[in-house]
Design a protein around this ligand. Structure first.
Ligand code: SAH
Length: 399
């Protein structure tokens, strides 16, 4: 098909030079359409042009307008004057002995920020899947007592563009866009499938406290003409913001995970202070009515194993009782220690005993193998290394 051409104006309109160019990597369809309108693409062409950009950005992984040969040269030049496809900077990459990769991502500074905020994003390769763990906020407001991210102060919500950029960066780092040659040292799956098959919102932050951006990001990530991650393989984990759960299920169709960690309010109040606002009973009620939950699409209950705190057989039995009537699976997470943490991980026989009780009651109860602990990439360890690295960098400066 012949690409549509613009009538070329005699001389391109002069642009004020002081407008900083804006990146469209991670933009939603609506944002792409308004970018095109800004550079005076006629209304009747916008849909088609937005679809072209979409394909290049999200399906092919283009990082500039240059390769977009089905877009007229004139339009490419206009796009390039005002926009870029720059990604946030990968400030550091660490690769664990087990193949887990953690990227420290430096975002472009937002209005009023003297420097870009940083978030972490983790890729966890497995035999039958590759999971990308993304962040939804810089820092977190929840102060869960066992979570290292919770000890760092909340900075701000991520925009949908910044959330989506984490997937773009990961695909690029792994050579996981279909038309891209994998960079040296990148892992390859033997069946040739995508390296990133699953996404979990289990990085820094509480996704349901940044719901609008998470919803928009999810739609872009799941779009079949672009990044194409199946909704059934996208899981949003929440500490239990019950008023938002129904909306999440109805509007996004994402899978749900609940950070439960305790079976009594008195203990959960201490571990997950949000419980004081939304106690266990309300949380489980919201789970019973979560749109789309079924035996084929179960809700995951995450339960961190803390020595002598929440790991007794009585608590395992109570957990089973509580989850009656909820299509659930239970994910036991060995506690990942961090410097100064007031807890220890339960010992292995205790975890096994707990897991057996849950399993014998008919629940799948896989124990989550800690991944990437050596690079502090495991659950609840994010962001910490960032500060350490910085401290180390400061120490290594010659006096
Ligand atoms: N705020 C959301 C998303 C974060 S998910 C939520 O709470 O669900 C991160 C998961 O790791 C949560 O289940 C969290 O409870 C768990 N986690 C946090 N710190 C941990 C630690 N030190 N060891 C193991 N799991 C931890």
């Amino acid at each position: 098909m012949q690409p549509l051409q613009f009538a070329e104006p005699a001389s391109p309109p002069a642009e004020p030079l002081d407008i900083p160019r804006r990146s469209l990597a991670g933009a939603t369809r609506r944002e792409l359409a308004s970018a095109l309108a800004e550079i005076d693409v006629p209304e009747r062409e916008i849909r088609m042009r937005a679809a072209q950009l979409w394909h290049w950005i999200y399906h092919r992984g283009a990082s500039s307008f240059d390769p977009m040969l089905n877009v007229s040269k004139h339009l490419r030049a206009r796009l390039g004057e005002r926009f870029t496809l720059a990604r946030p900077e990968v400030a550091a990459e660490q690769i664990s002995r087990d193949g887990t990769r953690k990227w420290l991502i430096r975002l472009a500074p937002k209005d009023g920020e003297s420097r870009g905020a940083e978030v972490e994003c983790v890729y966890i390769p497995d035999v039958d899947r590759g999971t990308l763990c993304v962040s939804s906020q810089v820092g977190c407001t929840l102060t869960c007592s066992f979570c290292h991210t919770g000890t760092q102060k909340f900075v701000r919500n991520l925009t949908s563009q910044e959330i989506i950029s984490q997937l773009i960066i990961a695909r690029e780092q792994l050579g996981d866009f279909p038309c891209q040659a994998p960079p040296e040292g990148a892992p390859v799956l033997s069946d040739g499938s995508r390296l990133i098959s699953n996404i979990v919102f289990m990085g820094m932050g509480e996704p349901l406290y940044n719901y609008e951006s998470v919803r928009e990001a999810l739609a872009v990530m799941a779009d079949g003409d672009g990044l194409s991650v199946s909704k059934r393989r996208i899981t949003v984990s929440t500490a239990g913001v019950t008023p938002r759960m129904e909306e999440l299920g109805r509007e996004t169709g994402a899978m749900l995970a609940i950070s439960l960690h305790a079976v009594r309010d008195e203990l959960r109040d201490r571990l997950v202070p949000l419980n004081k606002k939304y106690p266990i009973k309300d949380l489980l009620q919201a789970c019973r009515t979560y749109p789309g939950a079924s035996n084929a699409r179960r809700i995951t209950f995450e339960y961190v194993m803390l020595k002598g705190i929440n790991d007794s057989p009585a608590e395992a039995r109570e957990l089973v009782r509580l989850l009656k009537g909820v299509p659930a699976k239970i994910n036991l997470i060995p506690f990942n220690p961090w410097p100064g943490a007031p807890y220890e991980c339960s010992d292995w026989p205790t975890i096994e005993r707990f897991s057996d009780i849950v399993f014998n009651a008919g629940y799948a109860s896989p124990v989550r193998t800690p991944r990437g602990r050596d690079i502090l990439a495991a659950c609840g360890q994010l962001k910490s290394e960032t500060e350490k690295l910085r401290a180390r960098a400061l120490l290594s400066v010659d006096p």
